[in-house]
Design a protein around this ligand. Sequence first.
Ligand code: NAD
Length: 336
Amino acid sequence: RKLGYAIVGLGYYATRVIIPQFANCRHSRLAALVSGDPDKARRYAAEYGVPERSLYDYRSFDRIGDDPDVDIVYVVLPNSMHAEYTIRAARAGKHVLCEKPMAVSVAECEAMIAACRAAGRTLMIGYRSHFEPHNLHAMKLAREGAIGRRRYVHAEHGFVAGDPGQWRLKKALAGGGSLMDMGIYSVQAARYLTGEEPVAVTARASTDRSDPRFAEVEDLIAWTLDFPSGAISHGMSSYSSNHNRVRIAGDRGRIDMEPATPYAGHSLRLVRDGGEQRLAPPPGPAVNQFVGQLDHMSESAASGGAPIVAGEEGLQDMRIIEAIYRSAAEGRTVRI
Ligand code: NAD
């Protein structure tokens, strides 16, 4: 049987990217919608065949526990709301897929993991690159020695933020600036390409506080992560310039991805032995990264097995993000 999803928050990512993908899923289907805007909920319900009884708002949300059609709650709200809706979903007895960043603090991530554990429910974070063929192939090549001993990762993510009124630029809703939204991809890439956990971070931030977009959150932030093997990663994120690039270099070659983590149109190059090849990776687990993610969540929930990007993965990134912020604020190296 296909597991039923309730989508919480009907914004851009939920409605334009995720919801259309249920049509391609083998183990997942759209079962319910949760929105503060009843007209919007009804519109999408009509488009995707969700019955009226399966529409919830933020107050009636907890009644979802009585809805046998819903197995999994997918939280696609602004970052500061992830913890509350994950915990309420777990208490209602549902499995949870939560968007990145998992929450806005380590303490919230720990509370989310504890709530899902206490309820005996699966918690997964929306790290779609773990289901994307180019990123999966880069991980495999790096792990299997294609570039020799892994020494250095360079990772850049950013875009030019527009409307100063958007939630991404409000500290209370976003938890932070470009690091929370985009830098998290740079942190993830450094971890999944080195296969190591950083032990220290040294960071610098640069934000024009007279720019109305950046009154509350950081724009540019850059950091160095030190790994136990001696490998180093330079990472950055920005809300004032466009970036989507990852490189890992070893003592026998390097892998370049640009763009590295888009919705589609990835590129992967292997540079080795004096030559450069553009690689077409073998197919991933599903027709695309979004379907792979949804169906992996469903299979994990059905089997009780740990998802490959469980809550602990989101917690680890949040520990690193907090250390990056602390290092930038205090102007010193912070041990993780
Ligand atoms: P969005 O602004 O398009 O959607 C947010 C939704 O939350 C809207 O429907 C809005 O009405 C609703 N909402 C409820 N309470 C709100 C409040 N108090 N303030 C503002 N909005 C409120 O944002 P989005 O781009 O869809 O991002 C949603 C989440 O998904 C974020 O956590 C983001 O990091 C994540 N995301 C992930 C990816 C990815 O590739 N994995 C891509 C985009 C967004």
